[in-house]
Design a protein around this ligand. Structure first.
Ligand SMILES: [Zn+2]
Length: 175
């Protein structure tokens, strides 16, 4: 798998890359996957589950392709990562997403044991596609739920927002 061949550790020195470099590498995988989603007529959302900067699973939204309203990119990536590890426990992993996770995905992230989220576009950003409902930011979910979640918002936001423009120019609004 492509995602597995793209290590983000400094193998020559045998130690992890600095956090920001690993984050950028994983987010680039997300952007690449989201672009693939657009090319195949899927909604423009991607996600990557990684451990210590090492990608375990990269996925895009499959709602249309699988006729499954729960097949958001984060959910698909979590399922794949669990399969990779042979475990339902993703404690110690982090998740990278093209957009702020919705409440369903935030919950799935929490239940999987992941406690670090790095996301690109803000919840308000994907309103341009017509997704305007249920845009509760993960920061609010964490606050309301009293959940100790490390959240990095707006990471490579412009690159991720540009994917929405690409989608809009190709297909127009979703709703
Ligand atoms: Zn979601």
């Amino acid at each position: 798998m492509l995602c597995l061949s793209m290590a983000t550790t400094d193998t020559q020195r045998g130690r992890p890359m600095p956090l920001a470099e690993g984050d950028a590498a994983c987010m680039r995988l997300v952007i690449e996957k989201t672009r693939a989603a657009i090319e195949t007529g899927n909604w423009p959302f991607g996600a990557c589950v990684a451990r210590a900067g090492q990608p375990l699973a990269v996925a895009h939204n499959l709602v249309l392709e699988t006729l499954d309203p729960t097949a958001h990119a984060e959910i698909v990536a979590i399922r794949q990562a669990c399969g990779q590890l042979g475990s339902t426990d993703l404690t110690g992993c982090e998740i990278y997403t093209s957009s702020a996770p919705c409440p369903m995905c935030f919950s799935a992230i929490y239940w999987s044991g992941i406690r670090r989220i790095v996301y690109g576009a803000h919840a308000a950003d994907y309103g341009v596609l017509g997704f305007e409902e249920f845009a509760v930011p993960p920061e609010i979910m964490a606050e309301i739920g009293g959940i100790p979640m490390e959240i990095e918002a707006g990471f490579m936001r412009d690159e991720n927002r540009a994917l929405f423009d690409h989608y809009l120019s190709k297909y127009g609004k979703v709703f």
